[in-house]
Design a protein around this ligand. Structure first.
Ligand SMILES: NC(=O)C1=CN([C@@H]2O[C@H](COP(=O)(O)OP(=O)(O)OC[C@H]3O[C@@H](n4cnc5c(N)ncnc54)[C@H](O)[C@@H]3O)[C@@H](O)[C@H]2O)[C@@H](O)CC1
Ligand SMILES: [K+]
Length: 531
């Protein structure tokens, strides 16, 4: 792909948006559906051939539904047959019950089966599931039963066919979407194919990336079937759709250290964090901010915690905040100490390890109400807003990045149904007029304008204490260098996940600790992001 294209974000579509893109291409641009299907089936056959290694004399079983997903399967069957494979096509419906394009491809197979002297093409019209046992053992099974047309839990006999398919140890190639997987949420609807590989048409589908999607899809190949990029990007503006960043885009967004930079030009990140109970969080966050390139990091923590942090932080300046006799941060005295620094800071992070003392929470809220700095609100900074969420739309004004995990989000937003995570993040980011980074596997970022990003990097190694503190530090470090909150959140996630991927590639996913992210960050920034 040419570098310009690569720097484009990748659209991630819902079934409805994909159907809209199909329709737009067919009806408005005039590219016949039959041609889309031929291109889709041939692209899928290429992936099947790569999975097989050699095609000639191999046995392929294609389970085909009666819609266009099945049609893709018929084209794939024809291509692999032409390349020498023994192909068994299993259908559950007569051609008369198929979609037009699928029926046309089915009839083409019928003519080929009759004409083939080597009899390598077999069409099985299934009337009883027991007939499946007469099929030969296949080198590859193809799931062309259902794609974006799936609208409800799988009905019989498709459900049984899916279960039969999953009982076979041979590799499975899913066409467009593993049958039974909800393409908008990644939920399993009744039953779903556990594919070795998925070849999806035109653009990624949301359900391949969320929920059960990653587990059921195996490796995902997106194939270009002739739907123009602008049509896919237009379709991606529909609710429930999202985008994925590429390394090239992140490389474009990441700040470069100016050759004449000095510590203030590279931005002062002010981090309000730490408490007697939690002294690790501020260290992780502050170090991450420094490592990602903030020129000057100042960590403001309760006075009696300062000596402890001083033993752990060298490059990070420390500021002791006065405390009330009850042990929380004393609001008035704290502002006397902070005010000068708030003037010079370019970005603020409130929360890591701050604790939930009511005086501290009141101070955190007042600080957020008073400042107009771009700010990251994480962990106990978010907990201080529970019951005060009206502060968010009133003060965020697009300048805040909220970084809740699921529990913190539920405490703020109430017990929302997170089945449609994309829509929920979209809705709250718009409603709160903030950048909402909802952590999870994968994490999702909502922008105030409704754009949503699904993180493309990361792995289960991140499920360990302290990685949230590092992420918050990366966010504030990028803000301090002038990145807008929208891009800072997407970059922090993408880079943090890339470091975790680098670690996992060398050491696996079980041993990583949050501080490893800080250790390997410079190497990954240099090699993968050219910084
Ligand atoms: N021209 C197009 O629209 C193109 C579509 N393409 C392929 O076509 C697919 C979409 O095709 P369709 O819109 O025909 O839909 P599908 O082929 O995904 O499925 C539609 C059929 O499945 C049945 N069905 C729906 N829900 C069911 C359930 N819960 N249990 C059992 N049966 C159920 C429906 O009755 C319908 O007959 C895509 O996934 C892709 O593979 C691609 O070839 C690109 C071109
Ligand atoms: K499928």
């Amino acid at each position: 792909m040419n570098p310009l294209l690569e720097a484009h974000p990748e659209p991630v579509l819902t079934a409805r948006a994909m159907r809209e893109a199909d329709r737009q291409t067919i009806e408005t641009l005039g590219l016949p559906g039959r041609v889309l299907m031929e291109t889709a089936g041939r692209g899928a056959a290429e992936v099947a051939a790569r999975m097989l290694g050699t095609v000639a004399a191999r046995t392929v079983v294609c389970l085909c539904g009666r819609g266009n997903n099945g049609g893709d399967g018929f084209v794939l069957a024809r291509v692999l047959h032409a390349r020498g494979a023994h192909v068994h096509v299993v259908t559950l419906a007569d051609a008369s019950a198929m979609s037009d394009d699928a029926a046309a491809n089915y009839r083409l197979l019928e003519h080929l089966a009759e004409a083939d002297p080597a009899h390598r093409l077999h069409l099985h019209r299934l009337t009883d599931l027991a007939e499946l046992d007469h099929l030969p053992r296949a080198d590859l099974y193809v799931d062309a039963l259902l794609g974006t047309g799936l609208s409800s839990p799988l009905r019989a006999p498709i459900r049984e066919l899916v279960q039969w398919l999953n009982e076979h140890p041979a590799p499975i190639l899913a066409i467009d979407i593993p049958t039974g997987l909800d393409s908008d949420t990644g939920q399993v609807l009744g039953a779903a194919v556990a594919a070795t590989r998925t070849v999806t048409m035109g653009a990624l589908k949301v359900g391949l990336l969320l929920g059960e999607g990653p587990r059921l899809c195996g490796t995902v190949d997106v194939i270009d079937i002739g739907i123009p990029r602008h049509v896919l990007e237009q379709a991606a503006r529909q609710p429930g759709c999202a985008w994925r960043a590429s390394d090239a885009l992140i490389r474009q967004w990441l700040p470069r250290r100016a050759h004449d930079a000095h510590k203030y030009s590279a931005g002062l990140a002010l981090i309000v964090a730490g408490s007697r109970e939690f002294t690790g969080a501020p260290v992780m966050a502050a170090t991450a901010a420094a490592r990602i390139g903030a020129g000057y990091v100042l960590c403001a923590c309760p006075s009696d915690v300062r000596p402890v942090l001083a033993t752990k932080l060298t490059e990070v300046a420390l500021l002791g905040l006065p405390e009330t006799e009850r042990g929380g941060i004393d609001q008035e005295d704290a502002f006397d100490v902070l005010d000068g620094w708030l003037e010079r800071a370019r970005a603020l992070l409130v929360g890591p390890g701050l604790g939930r003392h009511p005086d501290t929470q009141r101070f955190a809220r007042t600080l957020l109400e008073r400042t107009s700095l771009p700010a990251v609100i994480d962990a106990d900074g978010l907990n201080a807003l529970v019951g005060f969420t009206e502060l968010i739309p009133r003060h965020a004004q697009g300048r805040w990045i909220l970084t809740p995990h699921l529990g913190e989000f539920r405490r703020l937003a109430g017990d929302v149904d997170l089945t449609h995570r994309i829509k929920v993040v979209q809705e709250y980011a718009q409603q709160w007029h903030c950048v909402l980074l909802l952590k999870g596997m994968p994490s999702v970022v909502g922008w105030p304008d409704g754009t949503v990003w699904i993180n493309a990097t990361g792995n289960p190694a991140l499920a360990t204490a302290g990685t949230g503190d590092v992420l918050a530090g990366l966010c504030v470090g990028l803000l301090a260098q002038g990145l807008p909150p929208t891009q800072a959140a997407v970059c922090a996630l993408h880079v943090g996940g890339a470091v975790a991927d680098h670690y996992a590639a060398h050491y696996g996913t079980a041993t990583m600790m949050a501080s490893d992210l800080l250790t390997y960050l410079p190497a990954v920034l240099r090699t993968r992001f050219d910084r």
